[in-house]
Design a protein around this ligand. Structure first.
Ligand code: GAR
Length: 203
């Protein structure tokens, strides 16, 4: 079976990206990263990609008047690189149906909370404000909603008294770095079956 060609989209420091690069290096993910794209200049994820010898480019959202034009540029770059699976790794933009339909069933995201609780861009802040005792992370397929697609894997961590967004974020991130490579490997091995909202893992 041909290896999946991953296109990783990032906005920031890229530790989730790094965990995928490292897992591929250890032979734990049977795919290859074809390209890393960031939506803003200065995203440290681009440096990580280049240090690992992976093609990387900035497609700056600010350079495009409309979201659709930005997404068309993303699609063109991903197609140019022969990407078969899009991996959102700290990509802080909502994708429109234009993008999602182009890669239907072939986009994964990791969210730093236990969905369907606390979707959106400020999960840790919302978790702490609400007062829940457990949080975590979720890997899911991307559909046309926000953080609403079928769930592949989740991991839980405790929320501790005195936690800040930083301390909780660091605890969750540790789990993200284990969970995302695992979920990507399940996809690469063809072990995921989506049945409505349910993702079955075929062993
Ligand atoms: C991660 O915690 C990821 O779950 C989150 O951004 C962080 C990226 O960290 N993603 C979202 O909030 C998506 N809405 P990183 O840049 O170090 O990989």
């Amino acid at each position: 079976m041909a290896k999946e060609r991953l296109g990783v989209l990032c906005s920031g420091r890229g530790t989730d990206l790094q965990s995928i690069i490292d897992a591929i290096g250890r032979g734990e993910v049977a795919g290859e990263i074809a390209v890393v794209l960031a939506d803003r200049e200065g995203a440290y994820a681009l440096t990580r990609a280049r240090e690992a010898g992976i093609p990387a480019a900035c497609i700056d959202r600010k350079a495009y008047e409309r979201r659709e034009l930005f997404e068309e540029a993303l699609i063109a770059a991903l197609e140019e690189a022969g990407v078969t699976l899009v991996v959102l790794a700290g990509f802080m933009r909502i994708l429109t149906p234009l993008f999602v339909r182009h890669f239907t069933g072939r986009i994964l995201n990791i969210h730093p909370a236990l969905l369907p609780s606390f979707p959106g861009a400020h999960a840790h802040r919302d978790v702490l404000a609400y007062g829940v005792k457990v949080s975590g992370c979720t890997v899911h397929f991307v559909d046309e909603g926000t953080d609403s697609g079928p769930i592949i894997l989740q991991a839980a961590v405790p929320v501790l008294d005195g936690d800040t967004e930083e301390t909780l974020g660091a605890r969750v991130l540790e789990q993200e770095h284990i969970l995302y490579p695992k979920a990507i490997q399940l996809y690469c091995e063809g072990k995921l079956r989506v049945e409505g909202r349910h993702v079955r893992i075929i062993e």
